[in-house]
Design a protein around this ligand. Structure first.
Ligand code: BG6
Length: 497
């Protein structure tokens, strides 16, 4: 049972939508099952659909049942249903916010501490915040008010600034929880533990020993039903500006003064500030984009991006993006960081791969051991949550042959249910812990990193590269590599390096 948190009301805007279905409601249910929701807390689902309370409960229980692996318990379902209520509304109707206030204040089963979760289209954030404020729903006279803002926070640097200004008129920074769900993933947090709870790595964690770093997020899924969102977004904004740059900051940051939110975020911002700006003339050698064409995924033929419903016939939206970045500070100067993401790729995984330098001398060159491979540290984020260190060892036998083996420091046992990132983050909002949420300056700096590329791509007339669905993306992306010997690390498996 949560001991520190006080009861609160979770108001979910867009509660009938996809995010609510696949992430928010199942995560809140899991928090219920773990006894983490403070007693007396309520959940108010807001949506346009004409649902009754019972209809909402039935639908939400159906969503929870869609994740059978998570297990269900009738008692927990019942307790969860008792917290849940439905409020039908049209967000564009200004009078609705007074009605919402009457509902929340007129019924003392709703705790005054309130979280507003914006699971709505990003272009609606500022209007909803303004109207909540006008209806005095953000004032903290009788408890706290917190607003969770989903990504993307803005569309580019300029629009992020405008959004910040708009919501900043009504909210203090401490009330704003900018979510990047990647930070709720267990292995992402493990990057910090691995680095700062072990002294072993620290002497090696720098340009003297590390050759380059790769951060990959690949998916086998296509855009599915999200084309209207994705068409105006693309892979660089959708994944790199947010999730992958966040991962980069955790890998590259200096040890913070403490694990307090501000100390952690100060260090992340320092990394973002140290990233060498990509000059317009360097975009070609630092950024690459492509789009999937038809192909085979999981043995099944799938359409290309241009054939997906809702995609413009001449669309140049990228479904694959890769960047080469340099962090110009004492620790990392001249170490390339390669970031890469794509939809409809050969495999689904997220991986941080750290490649160490060659030993200074190739002692075994004249023997059958031949050229010694570089060491790698692999941080598997998903689906395999693992931490492996690849080293070279001598094979048993009379001959001097070597092979790669890996030291595995993975924690998860078979059968462990990994927590969903949203469980952690939804709970952090209740607890008022902002360390895994983005401060505005982080968001602004991250837009600053990708903005030159976005601008250059927006003005480019050339046809975008394509890659067959089910592949690892175009060969041409190799043009980003600093050294001929560099290549994409696709897998945790040493044989396929
Ligand atoms: C979201 C992106 O933020 O992250 C999606 O909008 C992407 O396009 C998703 O598929 C990936 O996150 P996860 O946790 O599902 O791997």
């Amino acid at each position: 049972m949560a001991t520190h948190s006080t009861a609160c009301t979770y108001v979910i805007f867009g509660a009938t939508g996809n995010l609510s279905r696949v992430k928010l409601m199942p995560a809140l249910y899991q928090l219920e099952a773990a006894g983490k929701l403070p007693p007396g807390s309520r959940i108010l689902a807001l949506g346009r659909r004409p649902w009754s309370r019972q209809k909402c409960i039935d639908v939400v229980q159906g969503w929870i049942a869609e994740k059978p692996a998570d297990g269900q318990n009738p008692k927990v379902l019942d307790a969860f249903a008792r917290r849940l209520d439905y409020f039908q509304c049209d967000l564009d109707d200004p009078a609705m916010y007074d009605r919402l206030r009457e509902t929340l204040r007129g019924d003392n089963s709703y705790p005054a501490n309130t979280i507003y979760y914006m699971a709505i289209s990003p272009d609606g954030f500022s209007q909803v915040v303004e109207r909540l404020s006008n209806a005095r729903l953000l004032s903290e006279t009788d408890g706290w008010r917190r607003v969770v803002v989903e990504k993307p926070f803005g569309y580019d640097l300029k629009s992020a600034r405008a959004l910040q200004q708009a919501i900043g008129n009504h909210l203090r920074e401490q009330q704003i929880y900018r979510i990047d769900h990647y930070l709720g993933k267990g292995t992402v947090q493990n990057v910090l533990v691995f680095r700062f709870a072990n002294t072993l790595m620290e002497p090696l964690w720098n340009r003297n020993y590390i050759d380059h770093i790769q951060i990959t997020h690949s998916e086998t899924l296509g855009v599915g039903s999200r084309a209207p969102f994705y068409e105006g977004t693309g892979a660089l904004r959708d994944m790199i500006q947010s999730h992958l740059l966040q991962l980069l900051t955790l890998v590259a940051m200096e040890p913070p003064v403490s694990m307090e939110a501000e100390a952690l975020r100060d260090e992340k911002v320092k990394v973002l500030r140290s990233i060498r700006p990509i000059a317009p003339d360097d975009v070609e050698s630092h950024a690459f984009r492509a789009q999937y064409s038809e192909g085979i995924v999981g043995g099944r033929p799938v359409p290309g991006y241009l054939q997906e419903t809702g995609v413009a016939p001449e669309s140049s939206t990228e479904t694959y993006a890769a960047l080469k970045l340099f962090v110009d500070n004492w620790r990392w100067r001249d170490v390339p960081f390669y970031l890469r993401t794509g939809k409809r790729m050969a495999a689904q995984h997220s991986l941080v791969s750290i490649c160490f330098r060659h030993p200074p001398q190739q002692f075994f060159r004249g023997t059958q051991a031949g050229q010694i491979r570089q060491n790698w540290i692999l941080l598997g984020i998903q689906p395999c949550e693992c931490l492996r260190m690849e080293i070279t060892v001598k094979e048993p036998g009379l001959e001097m042959r070597t092979r790669q083996t890996s030291l595995d420091a993975s924690l998860n046992q078979d059968g462990d249910r990994p927590n969903d990132a949203y469980e952690e983050l939804l709970l952090d909002v209740i607890d008022g812990d902002r360390s895994l949420f983005l401060r505005y300056d982080e968001v602004e700096r991250a837009w600053g990193v990708v903005d030159p590329v976005l601008r250059s791509w927006a003005g480019e007339r050339r046809q975008i590269h394509t890659y067959p669905a089910g592949s690892w993306g175009p060969e041409e992306s190799r043009r980003l590599f600093e050294k001929e010997a560099h290549r994409w690390r696709h897998s945790l498996d040493p044989e396929t390096v």
